[in-house]
Ligand binder design. Sequence first.
Ligand code: PEP
Length: 248
Amino acid sequence: MRRKIIAGNWKMNGDADLVRRIAEHAADAISGAELVVCPPYTLLPTAASHLPTGVGLGAQDVSEYPAGAYTGEVSAAMLLEAGCRYVIVGHSERRTLYGEDNARVAAKYAAARGAGLTPILCVGETLAERDAQRTESVVGEQIDAVLEAVGATAFSDAVIAYEPVWAIGTGRTAAPEQAQQVHAFIRARVAERDPEGAAVLPILYGGSVKPENAAELFAQEDIDGGLIGGASLDSEGFLAIHRAAVGG
Ligand code: PEP
């Protein structure tokens, strides 16, 4: 059976108060589906000390380099030392706003894995790419870049998040069947190189998930939970999404 995960990506939001509110509610939500919180770097120590031990802590980005003159960057070893188990790699905002291409994302992925972190690789197409029927070629290339850099078992002990760019922060969610189709494609693509790893790989859906639409998304065969942006900033809503994953 595949594990289910509900991960919250706070982006550049949140404060110590939000960490405390999530920590209070999270104590009731450590079974059935793993809860993961990815706050900004500066809140990692606060989160590490307040969150119950069953809750996973993650960062939102990582440097591809181990150390050195890279002003503003944070290495995988530093994240591990700060208490992280996870790190989001290749979020569409990093790809579009900061010019991270597939090769750079793959290098970051390799650095995270090399240090012992579990990467959450974000993949997904823009609306123009979907309209041009390029969803599978775009997502396939994003996955292949990691397989090339890390090898056939790159996705053992990892997580993929399918996040159609047109659904992130827009209030527009992929229809459950639409998302399922891409999730099944992702699992099949990984299975071409690593059938055993693909069978247990958690593939999360991300893009305007809220308590109202979570259950029908998570009921799909290949959707193993969610990467939640805006709705993860409301502790009660976030925990309601977690309940939907446990029941779904
Ligand atoms: C995200 O940024 O990873 C995300 C899924 O955002 P939202 O839930 O706000 O669409």
